[in-house]
Design a protein around this ligand. Sequence first.
Ligand SMILES: [Zn+2]
Length: 149
Amino acid sequence: MSGAQIDEQVVGELVRLATEATEFAYAPYSMFQVGAALLTGDGRFYSGANVENRSYPMSLCAERAAVIKAVTEGRGPLEIVAVAVAESKGGPCAPCGGCRQVISEFSRAGTLLIYRGVDGAFRRVTIEEALPDARAFLTETSPLTETSP
Ligand SMILES: [Zn+2]
């Protein structure tokens, strides 16, 4: 399944789960509570929230929290079909460059990113649009698709 194939009901569920996950954010410094939810190739949903730290660079974005959960609680290699991101107050919340890179590690071309843009409307962007010229998608050079000698 690719991100282009998911229907409106699944998109709605991803946004609902991402919004729900904002309740678990630990964001006492920025007060910017973010949630993310992803759908895997085998039809599972995982969500996460941002976790800040008084040492700011140690903070973790919601998208990466969801990816870590999917990898560490998942069954078999992770394939991400789509990721939704939401902010607790309904504001714009695009994945940062670091999260785009981490998501790409487990994506095929067509993996969908769903987030609210600065105009307040939800955008749907493929991973290759979000990370142009990225090298590793699962269909290409990812370790998951390379064969060992
Ligand atoms: Zn991020």
